[in-house]
Design a protein around this ligand. Structure first.
Ligand code: HBI
Ligand code: FE
Length: 308
């Protein structure tokens, strides 16, 4: 059991004009939490009915959409967790269940945290989750990870032992990659797996990436649109591929099994990093020699966005 939390002031937020609220790193020095690990109190009691209402809207829409779209492990993880449709989950209750299953915890942070802080949490099996929830007028767009993205998107997969080990290894590898100047390349692996990964299961392609699973529009786009490429995951290829942070992905990489992540968690990236110093780098929509294409996209969606 936990003692009741001490009363805490609301988490720091900063106004950025036009009513936009910034969180975490983006909010500037004045909003930096006192604790060096950037964690804050979730202050669950202080969520308003309106904030729980935003969770409910997002949850109900997404739960319906993910039936037959999310992978089996995601669905099982979600079911086994104290995540309900009608309220923002309490991180301490999530952590109790997660801790028993895979040794992970969920800790609250104001928003994006510095890379080293992020990696240190992951390396110690603490998942930093945004404390705040997006505003009702911006349900489908956010610049920073909020509690819906982090908890609904990421936490179900943390119940899976393979993904649990893999994310910890990413945290450990992140610090090394940073020292070697190879963080951009490593971050691509995280992006194209943990955030935007697809998985081939018996009934077809399924979502396991949190960036897709927590997005109403991208859940449909990633699986059903004719626009993006869907390519068999290959580590070095992914490390050579830039990604978009401003729109749907132009390419999704597909695993045949989450067991592949186990191998990734054991790979010594040092020789790979050296190979990356020469050879090609790919744009998000490129097809590379040796790609195993599952579907070749027609690129129409992004062409339209460019006005082409
Ligand atoms: N902070 N809260 C939070 N969540 C993230 O996903 C995150 C972060 N800081 C850095 C970061 N991600 C990435 O830039 C690293 O994976 C490289
Ligand atoms: Fe994320």
């Amino acid at each position: 059991m936990h003692p009741p939390p001490p009363p805490s002031p609301p988490p720091p937020q900063a106004e950025a004009g036009a009513g936009k609220v910034l969180h975490g790193l983006a909010a500037g020095e004045s909003a930096r939490p006192q604790r060096p690990d950037w964690t804050i109190d979730q202050a669950w009691q202080q969520y308003t009915a309106a904030e729980h209402g935003v969770w409910r809207t997002l949850f109900e829409r997404q739960a319906r959409l993910l039936a037959g779209r999310a992978c089996d492990e995601f669905v099982q993880g979600l079911q086994a967790l104290p995540i309900r449709h009608d309220e923002i989950p309490d991180f301490r209750r999530l952590s109790e269940v997660l801790m028993r299953r895979t040794g992970w915890q969920v800790v609250a942070v104001p928003g994006l945290v510095p890379d080293e802080v992020f990696f240190d949490h992951l390396a110690h099996r603490r998942f930093p989750a945004g404390q705040f929830i997006r505003r009702p007028e911006a349900l489908d767009y956010l610049e920073e990870p909020d509690v819906f993205h982090d908890v609904f998107g990421h936490v179900p997969m943390l119940m899976n032992p393979m993904l649990a080990d893999y994310i910890q290894a990413y945290g450990e590898g992140g610090l090394r990659a940073q020292r070697l100047g190879k963080l951009p390349q490593l971050a691509r692996v995280y992006w194209y797996t943990v955030e935007f990964g697809l998985l081939r299961q018996r009934e077809g392609l399924r979502i396991y990436g949190a960036g897709i699973a927590s997005s109403f529009t991208e859940s449909m786009f990633a699986l059903e649109s004719a626009s993006p490429h869907r390519i068999r995951f290959a580590l070095e290829r992914v490390m050579r591929t830039r990604y978009r942070i401003d729109d749907f992905q132009e390419t999704y990489f597909v695993l045949d099994s989450l067991d592949e992540l186990l191998a990734l968690a054991q790979i010594d990236f040092a020789p790979l990093y050296q190979r990356l110093d020469s050879g090609p780098e790919y744009a998000p929509a490129d097809i590379a020699p040796g790609d195993a294409l599952i579907t070749r996209g027609d690129g129409r969606y992004h062409a339209g966005r460019r006005g082409g």
